[in-house]
Design a protein around this ligand. Structure first.
Ligand SMILES: Cc1cc2nc3c(=O)[nH]c(=O)nc-3n(C[C@H](O)[C@H](O)[C@H](O)COP(=O)(O)OP(=O)(O)OC[C@H]3O[C@@H](n4cnc5c(N)ncnc54)[C@H](O)[C@@H]3O)c2cc1C
Length: 424
């Protein structure tokens, strides 16, 4: 076991029957890199995951009733990056899908993000788009400085909308009041002065037609890739020789928590199969103010599956459980930087993905990060010079901490699940 924090000594790999690369984690980060390294560089890759399945948190499966569900919460694919979309399109066909979300507020189901209809129906008005702009401006509080999430929201939409749509959701989601969270967390409060009720506005919005797991199966189907499930990498890192490791697990676990544990918020999922064809009119209904759960998602909207029954999932935020959402507070970013500095000293391990870089990334951002890491590894493991993936600004993510590269650019995190407005 690598208790020193320094990577195990590389050993002659493929030639001696070992592997060129050990990939820890079969989620997006690990699977994209395994696929690229095997298919483009001809390397022998061993992928291990401690879970009994591939796909990481994006894994989907058929439940007992035969309905396709997402065990780790609803995953909706959206991106502005043609490169990411084109890359994934090699492994799946797509079903066009535009996600819609309603928020249960004051006894009504109102569009989220807040749009013209939300405001008109909530306040019983008949504003035009221009009037809505003026209305929001009149509601907004003028603050000397914007430090917290609460400041951010009230300075954009005022206290009433903050209390009705944001405060309760954020408190449930994080167990913290928005006044205790960074302003950066709600840096973008999406409000629309038109009637567009789509949750996302990205150029590409679609779901893998046969599901995520099928897409991962196709990615990992290369003859140079072997997959070991139910396997923690620490059980095998000294069993099979390898030259380079791609690590997509939690960065603090890799270093045996030597600087302390990085805080995460988790979720408990309650899945239900109901004896009815439909449950709700849109994919997700948010509950900012009532109940312990934050939202309910009906999978058939996402998957397009025709079935006499339907499956839904309720999400209950909690502190204990799988690490899902890095808690966006300055002291946690500071702690992560300690681990990041150590990671940069480990030349034969690339730290990639949301757990290894302690960032809330959407799937497309992780794919982009993995593709960028691949270009760097190509140079490092015997290829041409690395070129970063060209991405739309909102999909730019920090490059992984490899020996070849440091953080390229901080991501804006438009989908950090803070307020029910842009959470995925
Ligand atoms: C509730 C929820 C909803 C989301 N919804 C969306 C959405 O709608 N749209 C979107 O774009 N993104 C969404 N995301 C984000 C999405 O899940 C991530 O971007 C993506 O799954 C990250 O991929 P990854 O490979 O970095 O990490 P993961 O998918 O977490 O994969 C890491 C893998 O590493 C494995 N691992 C960890 N430690 C070890 C070890 N020691 N040994 C072996 N294996 C190990 C884990 O078991 C895991 O399978 C959502 C996230 C959550 C939590």
């Amino acid at each position: 076991m690598n208790t020193s924090g320094l990577a195990a000594q590389p050993r002659p790999a493929a030639a001696s029957g070992g592997f060129d690369v050990l990939v820890v984690g079969a989620g997006f980060a690990g699977s994209v890199l395994a696929e690229r390294l095997a298919s483009q560089l001809g390397l022998r890759v061993l992928v291990c995951d401690k879970r009994p399945h591939i796909g990481g948190n994006a894994h989907d499966r058929y439940d007992d009733a035969g309905l396709l569900v997402h065990p780790y919460g609803p995953h909706i694919f959206h991106t502005n990056s043609a490169e990411v979309f084109d890359y994934l399109s090699r492994f799946t066909e797509w079903r066009p899908y535009q996600h819609r979300v309603l928020a249960s507020v004051d006894g009504q189901l109102l569009p989220m993000p807040i749009n013209l209809d939300t405001v008109n129906r909530l306040y019983g008005m008949n504003l035009t788009a221009q009037q809505m702009e003026a209305f929001l401006a009149s509601m907004a509080e003028k603050l000397e400085s914007v430090k917290t999430s609460e400041d951010m929201v009230v300075s954009k939409v005022g206290r009433d909308l903050y209390n009705k749509f944001f405060r309760g959701y954020t408190r449930k989601q994080w167990g913290l009041d928005p006044s205790e969270l960074d302003a950066s967390v709600t840096a973008r409060v999406p409000t629309r002065c038109n009637r567009d009720d789509r949750y996302f506005t990205d150029t590409f919005q679609a779901m893998p037609r046969a599901g995520y797991t099928r897409m991962f199966e196709r990615m990992l189907a290369h003859p140079n890739i072997k997959v070991m499930l139910n396997t923690d990498y620490r059980e095998i890192e000294h069993v099979f020789p390898w030259r380079h490791m791609v690590y997509t697990g939690p960065i603090d676990a890799y270093f045996d928590y030597r600087h302390g544990k990085l805080p995460y918020r988790s979720l408990r999922f309650e899945h239900q199969t109901l004896p009815q064809e439909h449950f709700q009119s849109v994919g997700t209904v948010n509950f900012p103010n009532d109940y312990a759960y934050t939202r309910v998602t009906e999978f058939k909207h996402l998957t397009g599956q025709a079935h006499a029954q339907t499956s839904v999932v309720y999400e209950f935020p909690c502190d204990e459980g799988d690490p899902y959402y890095p808690v966006p507070r300055p002291q946690n970013a500071e702690l992560y930087r300690l681990y990041q500095a150590e990671a940069e000293q480990v030349p034969n391990v690339s730290f990639v993905g949301r757990l290894a870089t302690y960032k809330y990334y959407n799937m497309d951002q992780v794919v982009a990060q993995a593709l960028t890491t691949f270009r760097k590894l190509k140079a490092q493991l015997g290829g041409e010079a690395a070129e970063p993936v060209a991405l739309a600004p909102e999909t730019l993510v920090p490059a992984a901490s490899t020996a070849a590269g440091r953080t390229r650019r901080e991501a804006s995190l438009p989908h950090a699940p803070l307020n029910g407005s842009a959470a995925t």
